[in-house]
Design a protein around this ligand. Structure first.
Ligand SMILES: *Cc1c(COP(=O)(O)O)cnc(C)c1O
Length: 441
């Protein structure tokens, strides 16, 4: 509980750990966290932080939730792991049954893996092998220009090309990238898709909100139109709900904003309430059937050691039970409404632009003279300002966003909103923003 302990842990960390998405040369000391409760994380110096980003968009019901802990602990004392080829267990069967009931009616089968990227890998392999198994090989995949679907090679390939993928550019498979749809470009997009429909195995997309691209949002109505068009042309659709799933968009799934149904869906992040890593890929009966054969070569040869881990399945069961409670659904509504009110205030702020919201996800841009990008230095300065004030925000460049856990109270949200206004007012004119004070990254 003192600073020497804190610096010691940070030092020990630096000696052995390589952190994700972190330039280790210029990064500051990591903040040692010793425990979590509800919307808060506690540092080893006693300082508490509101987790306004749900620990990278995963935490749904708050940290160290006692109900999830209790269920996982029981499971841990019963069955912690079993090979999922040739064996099964109650938590996996129950979770699949419960999840399928909440998804579009055409989703019939559940394939388990470890995280969002592997859920995407499995989905891509299903689509490509689907065509292969039907003796109809297709070589093209369609995705959005600013997409993010994960960091493994297949997931990187279908993600927009960026600084993140640059070193691997020559190793990524070819993907046809299109703009996200709007009223103006929809007809042009249909022509682009129509031109390559014959060779296209699938279309993968983040529905309504493109998270890692900077919480970019687009309308359900236009996505529906694209989906309808893909369906007509026989292009399979992979709906990546790794981020949007489990209430983030104000409804249980982004699918609930759409009238068209995808062929395949991907889940992770909020799936276990943010307690344990797990990925799920669901698919329609038609996809599943294309793999049924006496020919062994038509098998889906994909699997991970921890497929359908009983502890992760139990965490997901407990989290989904909490999610469906009246109080949680009401909290999601309340957060969405509070965000909407704040959007009105924020929209008038002279230093702010492109304020946008979908359900519990709120994003806006700090006006700067630099381009909006991940490497915009503004992000680092803002990050430090919020951290000092006890709020974990993780701006993507100059794009700030809130993705709070549903247990956050209206008072806690108001505190975050007020702090955002305070921090914005610190730098009353964009030109006076202390660019360059942030170090190199
Ligand atoms: C985070 C994310 C992924 C990757 O999930 P990981 O668990 O980090 O591998 C895939 N798709 C979307 C939409 C995501 O937001």
């Amino acid at each position: 509980m003192n600073t020497s302990l804190q610096s010691r842990l940070a030092e020990r960390d630096k000696a052995v750990n390589w952190h994700p998405y972190t330039q280790m040369k210029t990064a500051g000391d990591p903040v040692p966290i010793v425990r979590g409760k509800g919307a808060y994380l506690y540092g080893d110096d006693g300082k508490k932080y509101i987790d306004a980003v749900s620990s990278w968009w995963v935490t749904l019901h708050g940290h160290a939730h006692p109900y999830i802990a209790e269920r996982v602990s029981q499971q841990l004392n019963t069955l912690e792991q079993v090979i999922f080829a040739g064996f099964t267990h109650e938590p996996a069967v129950q979770l699949s049954e419960n999840l399928l009931k909440l998804l579009p009616g055409n989703q019939e089968k559940v394939f388990y893996s470890d995280n969002g990227s592997t859920a995407v890998e499995a989905a891509l392999k299903m689509c490509i092998q689907y065509a292969y198994n039907l003796g109809n090989e297709k070589t093209k995949i369609l995705a959005f220009k600013e997409a993010y679907h994960g960091d493994t090679f297949g997931a990187m390939s279908v993600s927009g090309r960026s600084v993140w993928t640059k070193p691997f550019g020559s190793m990524l498979f070819e993907v046809v990238f299109i703009d996200t749809p709007n009223a103006e470009n929809i007809e042009r997009l249909k022509v682009e898709i129509g031109n390559i429909a014959e060779e296209t195995a699938c279309f993968i997309y983040e529905p309504l909100v493109q998270g890692a691209a900077g919480m970019l949002m687009y309308e359900a109505e236009h996505l529906d139109e694209l989906m309808k068009f893909c369906r007509k042309l026989g292009i399979l659709m992979i709906q990546d709900e790794v981020f949007t799933g489990f209430g983030r968009t104000g409804k249980l799934f982004a699918a609930d904003h759409l009238t068209e149904d995808p062929d395949i869906m991907c889940f992770s992040k909020g799936l276990t309430g943010g307690t344990m890593p797990m990925g799920i890929t669901t698919c329609s009966q038609a996809i599943f059937n294309a793999f049924l054969s006496d020919d062994k070569y038509k098998t889906l040869f994909h699997g991970h050691s921890f497929t359908a881990n009983p502890l992760a399945c139990t965490a997901a069961l407990a989290s989904m039970e909490l999610l469906l409670k009246k109080e949680t659904l009401a909290a999601i509504d309340r957060i969405s409404r509070q965000h909407s009110d704040f959007v009105k205030t924020l929209s008038f702020h002279p230093n702010v632009e492109n304020v946008r919201q979908t359900g519990t996800i709120l994003a806006f841009e700090y006006k700067t003279e630099q381009n909006t990008s991940y490497f915009n230095e503004t992000g680092k300065i803002l990050y430090d300002e919020f951290l000092q004030r006890g709020i974990i925000m993780r701006p993507l460049g100059n794009i700030m966003y809130l993705v709070p856990p549903y247990c956050i109270t209206s008072e806690e949200l108001d505190f975050i909103y007020q702090t955002i206004l305070d921090v914005l007012n610190l730098f009353s004119e964009p030109a006076h923003f202390p660019i360059g004070a942030a170090g190199q990254e």
